[in-house]
Design a binder for this molecule. Structure first.
Ligand SMILES: Cc1cc2nc3c(=O)[nH]c(=O)nc-3n(C[C@H](O)[C@H](O)[C@H](O)COP(=O)(O)OP(=O)(O)OC[C@H]3O[C@@H](n4cnc5c(N)ncnc54)[C@H](O)[C@@H]3O)c2cc1C
Ligand SMILES: NC(=O)c1ccc[n+]([C@@H]2O[C@H](COP(=O)([O-])OP(=O)(O)OC[C@H]3O[C@@H](n4cnc5c(N)ncnc54)[C@H](O)[C@@H]3O)[C@@H](O)[C@H]2O)c1
Length: 487
């Protein structure tokens, strides 16, 4: 293919959930948009992260739930049908094809160039295409970098030779290793440990700190740890991996050296040790930035260190909130901002305005799809303390709610709500327990709407649902001086 040059209003690099939405929103704003994708439209989320991981977890959690329902327990006694679980996972990943996404892109009038994009000076993107040619794209208004992340590995000699699992293998594998070591104690680690232990692996979690899910309320990690142990996971805290090797050739087990601790033998080892920005070969040096770094942005998603305001970084790559729904939220705002700026329209960029990334700092919801679920949004008690926010902390044992008693025998769960003492609004919520994930949106709406807590007395939860926990929280808050339950 010969070199070609094209000019668009907006060039988007990376067609994960974020890039797709930036392209859609800028196109909806009447701008011409092109998107560059090196692998599959849909990105990490659709093929090696959210979708396959949740497809692997759904049968696991449904079975655990069913085992807590009298009359159903015996019906789900046996092991999972692993080939059927994998088949369901494959279907949820559309067999790693993106034809539907291409159709959608066409329907929203966005052009596609397949290949690896890189910046080549201000407003210029060069794509090394799959066919071996190059295409030069010039942006009249904006370039949006939406290239996401890759696994961040610790610095261990010989790591590549053991062929460690990343999120990609953990979500797309077609065999169940007898012994799986999982390094890390964050969201990927707990979700994948839950899935693979239930699929038949003996999972050992190697956690360098003393807690799981350490950015969340401590009781979340404690309850997930208890459940993982009950499921048979060997959970080791305060353990550092100091070496990995397949001593007897490529197909032999991995010997994992630990400090402290005896070496561990495993058939596969998953590194769930966080993410690194996918920016190493992006030509950042051609616009004065450091290759391989995160891209810090202002609240309209413009890269702060680049002059003239033409470069945007949206989604995981700006390191604000590494989740699909937040990437899409950011994309909606960035798309509207780029559209408004292109037309010379004023920005509505006050707090909670259409062009201001307010939720990034106030209301980021997250569900961890383990058993029990963890669902949180807004501040934790640690963050409130760190930022000096004066809050009342209201805790409630969800197992005492009538809906939870109906939901499962021996239901274990906990809710924590943080109420701003000065403004009387909810600023942080954490729920842990089976089936709490669908409660999270109510909490998110409360924080984003800044509704006064007193108004909640008129938002009546249906009986007998788990959402009655809101009523119990209100009662506990009202009676806090009498009962001493709220601090
Ligand atoms: C195991 C796992 C499970 C997860 N589960 C959830 C979940 O349940 N819910 C949730 O909200 N989040 C989840 N996440 C996080 C979620 O996957 C990310 O937040 C999301 O994928 C970020 O979207 P993005 O579009 O910013 O980046 P990505 O999805 O990473 O997409 C980036 C795209 O850019 C392309 N690209 C990169 N560089 C170039 C280049 N130079 N040229 C052309 N194309 C390029 C890539 O090929 C890719 O398609 C999970 C993550 C992992 C690892
Ligand atoms: N359900 C969801 O919303 C969901 C699911 C999976 C992932 N994600 C997102 O994807 C991102 C990546 O998840 P993650 O779990 O990889 O990252 P993370 O940052 O949540 O957790 C990383 C873990 O690895 C540990 N770690 C880091 N370096 C280490 C080292 N050198 N040795 C040993 N341990 C080390 C950390 O202490 C931490 O426990 C997160 O931001 C997460 O929110 C979201």
């Amino acid at each position: 293919m010969s070199d070609t040059s094209r000019v668009y209003d907006v060039v988007v690099i990376g067609a994960g959930p974020t890039g797709e939405n930036v392209a859609d929103r800028t196109s909806a704003a009447g701008l011409t948009s092109v998107i560059v994708e090196n692998e599959l439209l849909g990105g990490e989320c659709s093929f090696w992260a959210c979708e396959p991981s949740k497809a692997l977890l759904r049968p696991v959690v449904a079975r655990t739930d069913a085992r807590r329902v009298p009359g159903l327990r015996r019906a789900v006694e046996g092991p999972l049908d692993v080939p059927a679980v994998f088949a369901y996972r494959d279907k949820m990943c559309v067999y790693w094809t993106d034809d539907d996404q291409v159709d959608w892109l066409n329907s929203v009038s966005v052009d596609l160039v397949r290949g690896r994009g890189r910046l080549d000076g201000p407003r210029q993107v060069v794509v090394d295409t799959k066919e071996g040619g190059t295409v030069r794209l010039t942006a009249r208004h904006a370039v949006a970098v939406c290239t996401g992340t890759v696994t961040a590995f610790p610095d261990l000699p010989g790591l590549a030779e053991v062929r460690p699992w990343t999120n990609r293998e953990a979500t797309s594998a077609r065999h169940v290793p007898d012994r799986l070591a999982v390094v890390g104690g964050g969201v990927v680690a707990v979700e994948m440990a839950t899935a693979w232990q239930a699929l038949g692996s003996q999972v050992t979690m190697l956690v360098r700190g003393d807690a799981l899910l350490s950015r969340m309320e401590p009781f979340a990690g404690e309850m997930v740890a208890e459940a993982l142990r009950e499921a048979g996971v060997d959970l080791r805290f305060g353990t550092k991996v100091t070496g990995v090797v397949r001593e007897d050739g490529a197909d032999s087990p991995v010997r994992v050296s630990l400090a402290p601790g005896e070496p561990l033998a495993a058939d596969e080892i998953l590194f769930a040790t966080g993410r690194a920005p996918h920016t190493a070969e992006l030509g950042l040096e051609t616009v004065g930035l450091t290759p391989g770094g995160w891209l810090p942005v202002d609240d309209s998603y413009r890269v702060t260190e680049v002059a003239d305001g033409w470069l945007y970084a949206v989604g995981d790559v700006n390191h604000r909130a590494l989740m699909t729904h937040q990437g899409k939220y950011q994309a909606r705002i960035a798309g509207a901002v780029i559209g408004a700026r292109a037309k010379g329209e004023p920005l509505d960029d006050g707090r909670w305005g259409a062009h201001a990334a307010t939720a990034d700092s106030e209301a980021v919801p997250q569900v961890v799809f383990t058993d029990p679920d963890v669902a949180d949004v807004g501040l934790t008690t640690m963050e409130a303390e760190r930022t000096g926010r004066r809050v009342d902390v209201v805790d409630y044992d969800i197992g005492r709610v009538a809906g939870a008693v109906q939901y499962a025998e021996g239901y274990r769960g906990k809710a924590r709500v943080l109420i701003d003492r000065d403004r009387g609004t909810v600023v942080g919520v954490t729920f842990v327990g089976p089936g709490v994930q669908e409660l999270l949106y109510s909490a998110t709406v409360l924080i984003a709407s800044e509704a006064p807590v007193e108004r909640l007395w008129h938002a009546v939860p249906a009986f007998p649902t788990i959402s009655e926990v809101w009523l119990r929280i209100l009662e506990t808050y009202r009676d806090r001086d009498r009962s001493g339950e709220a601090a």
